[in-house]
Design a protein around this ligand. Structure first.
Ligand code: PLP
Length: 280
């Protein structure tokens, strides 16, 4: 495991961020989490495009090009010696005396490369539990912003109730999880919320969309209510680190047969083939 900040490789526990760094004091920045399989990055272009989109949305003045970030990430992976790992990349508005107004300083770029912690086998096999939680976040959830307090609080509430994830509900409709996109299967068709300001455009969601085409499963971008979620045949969540996680109970209510469903399992296996084809 290694770290990097502003041109320097460091140990993960090394002190490196000045107190008046805006990520530290304001959460004034953005991030990405990128999966590496067998030394190859998964959908790196898509991650970098989303990074730039997040940066533009918060008016970050980033001098670096997508190619600069690609090189930085590949160099860091090589330096770490890891093969199956996650890259966490963060960009903040830099280091300057605390003031809400934008400073005229370069952005701060940091990253970590860490070995992947595999998902608990019992969750893969038996599925996980989730709670429903009010979506208390702001109206720009398409930005992968460092401000994760509502996500952290909802996730902790889920954990304290013995659950793996909190599925967020805005105006009665499912948006996404605290760190995942949410899907339901009903009569063989797959449903997920359409892209909007209320959800993050997940890269794994994008991969699932591609895979659905290959296996002839309808991928329907349509919002659904919490009642519809509870009536689903199957539910799963997706993100970069956990890929596809079957959800078998929500708010203590059993979903479908109470075990990972047929469509979920098929998509999971297909995703494994898909990631094995990582080229970069
Ligand atoms: N939604 C939120 C709020 C997230 O934090 C994440 C990732 O952590 C996702 C969705 C899934 O995105 P991705 O598949 O790109 O990891």
């Amino acid at each position: 495991d290694i770290g990097y900040i502003n041109g320097r490789y460091i140990g993960l526990n090394e002190l490196a961020v000045p107190i008046e760094e805006r990520g530290h004091q304001f959460g004034d920045g953005i991030y990405e989490v990128i999966r590496v399989y067998n030394g190859k990055t998964f959908m790196l272009n898509e991650h970098l495009e989303r990074l730039i989109k997040s940066g533009n949305a918060i008016k970050l003045q980033i001098e670096h090009s997508i190619d600069d970030f690609r090189k930085l990430i590949h160099d860091a992976i090589a330096k770490s010696g890891e093969k199956d790992c996650c890259v966490y990349l963060q960009i903040t508005r830099g280091i300057s005396a605390r003031n809400h107004l934008f400073p005229n300083v370069p952005v701060s770029i940091s990253l970590t490369v860490k070995q992947i912690v595999p998902l608990q086998k019992s969750i893969r096999v038996n599925g996980a539990a989730a709670i429903l939680h009010e979506d208390e976040r702001w109206s720009n959830c398409y930005i992968k912003s460092l401000n994760l307090l509502p996500n952290v609080l909802a996730r902790q509430t889920a954990y304290e109730q013995g659950c793996f994830e909190a599925i967020l509900v805005r105006n009665g409709m499912i948006t996404e999880g605290t760190s995942s996109n949410v899907f339901m299967v009903k009569q063989g068709k797959l449903y997920t919320a359409p892209l909007s300001r209320h959800i993050l455009a997940g890269i794994t969601r994008m991969a699932v969309k591609k895979i659905c085409k290959q296996v002839s499963v309808d991928f329907i971008k349509q919002s659904f209510s919490k009642e519809e979620l509870l009536q689903a045949d199957e539910v799963f969540i997706t993100n970069t680190t956990s890929e596809i996680v079957p959800i078998v109970t929500v708010e203590g209510q059993t979903i479908g047969a109470g075990r990972p469903g047929e469509v979920t399992t098929k998509l999971y296996h297909k995703l494994q083939q898909f990631v094995a084809d990582c080229k970069e």
